[in-house]
Write a protein that binds this ligand. Structure first.
Ligand SMILES: Nc1ncnc2c1ncn2[C@@H]1O[C@H](COP(=O)(O)OP(=O)(O)OP(=O)(O)O)[C@@H](O)[C@H]1O
Ligand SMILES: [Mg+2]
Length: 267
C-alpha cells in the first residue's frame, strides 16, 4: 500500500487534541488521521491514554467529571464537538465495543435489534433479516440460529462479545471503536473475534486498542503507539513493526512480544 493511498479517505481527523480529566492532562497534542475501511491498531503501556482517546471519538468522555478538551476531532469533515452534533446520531455512526461484553438481559434477537428499534420503525420481517445479516457479519449466526429467543445471558463470553458487535453493526455505523475486545476471552474466542474484525474492514473503519502485539500485527493495517498521553509513533503496519523509529516503541514491541522478534532474528 503506497503512502499516497493512505493519505486519502481520512474518515476521522484529530488535530491538536488535548484532554484533561480532573486535574490530569491525559492526552497531549494529538494529531492523527484514521483511514476509511482500514483497521488501525492502538497499542501502548497501561495508563497511556488509549481508552481516553477512543472514548473521545464518540464523546463518551463528555460526562466524566472534570472533562476538558482542546483541539478538534473531525468525522467526515465535521467537528464532532460542535454544538450542532446530535449525540445519539453520532454514536450510531461511531459505535463502540468495550473490554467486557455488555449484553442486555433480553433474548439474543432482541439484543441485535435493540438499537434499530429505538431509532427507526421497521417491519418485523425486515428486523429479522437485519438480525440474521448482522449475526452473520459477527460470525455468530451458525452458533445461535436455533435459539434466537433464548436469553443472551446464557451465551459464552466470546459469543456475548460477538453479539455486542452484531448489535453495534445493526445500526449501520461507519466506524467501530473497540477497546481491548478480546482481553477477557480465551484464545479460541479471541481468534473468532480477530477473524471477524478482518472481515469487517470490507465495509467499516475499525479502530482497535489492544495489549496483544501479535493481535495488532495480525489485524492492523496501520498502528499507533501511545505512551504517557502522546502519540510516540504511527505508521503502516509493516514499517511500524519492522523498523520502529523511536527507542520507546522498539522497547515496547520487544518486551511485549519476544517470540515475534526472536523469530525475526531481531533480538
Ligand atoms: N476520571 C479520571 N480522572 C482523572 N484521571 C483519569 C480518569 N480516568 C482516567 N484517568 C487517567 O488517565 C490516564 C489514561 O487512562 P486510560 O484509561 O485512557 O489509559 P489506557 O492507555 O487505556 O490504559 P490501559 O491500557 O490500562 O487500559 C491514566 O493515567 C488514568 O489514571
Ligand atoms: Mg484502556
Amino acid at each position: 500500500m503506497s503512502k499516497k493511498e493512505l493519505d486519502i479517505n481520512q474518515i476521522i481527523k484529530i488535530s491538536d487534541l488535548n484532554i484533561w480529566l480532573n486535574s490530569s492532562h491525559v492526552l497531549k497534542d494529538i494529531y492523527l488521521s484514521f483511514k476509511e475501511k482500514m483497521i488501525t491498531g492502538i497499542i501502548g503501556p497501561s495508563g497511556g491514554g488509549k481508552t481516553t482517546l477512543l472514548r473521545s471519538i464518540n464523546r463518551i468522555n463528555d460526562t466524566t467529571p472534570g472533562f476538558k478538551i482542546k483541539g478538534s476531532i473531525l468525522f467526515e469533515g465535521k467537528d464532532i464537538y460542535s454544538s450542532t452534533i446530535i449525540l445519539h446520531q453520532l454514536r450510531q455512526r461511531i459505535g463502540m465495543i468495550f473490554q467486557k461484553p455488555c449484553v442486555l438481559p433480553r433474548s439474543i434477537y432482541e439484543n441485535v435489534i435493540f438499537g434499530i428499534k429505538m431509532t427507526k420503525r421497521k417491519k418485523k420481517k425486515v428486523l429479522k433479516m437485519i438480525a440474521e445479516e448482522k449475526l452473520m457479519d459477527a460470525n455468530l449466526w451458525d452458533e445461535v440460529k436455533d435459539r434466537l429467543s433464548h436469553s443472551a445471558i446464557g451465551l459464552s463470553l466470546g459469543q456475548q462479545q460477538r453479539l455486542c458487535i452484531a448489535r453495534a453493526l445493526a445500526v449501520e455505523p461507519k466506524v467501530i471503536l473497540m477497546d481491548e475486545p478480546t482481553s477477557s476471552l480465551d484464545p479460541i474466542s479471541s481468534l473468532a473475534i480477530e477473524d471477524m474484525i478482518l472481515k469487517l474492514k470490507e465495509r467499516y473503519t475499525v479502530i482497535v486498542v489492544t495489549h496483544n502485539i501479535n493481535q495488532a500485527y495480525k489485524i492492523s493495517d496501520y498502528v499507533v503507539f501511545i505512551s504517557d498521553g502522546r502519540v510516540i509513533e504511527n505508521g503502516i503496519k509493516e514499517e511500524f513493526f519492522n523498523n520502529p523509529r523511536d527507542d520507546a516503541t522498539q522497547r515496547y514491541i520487544c518486551c511485549s512480544s519476544n517470540d515475534y522478534w526472536r523469530k525475526k532474528g531481531l533480538t
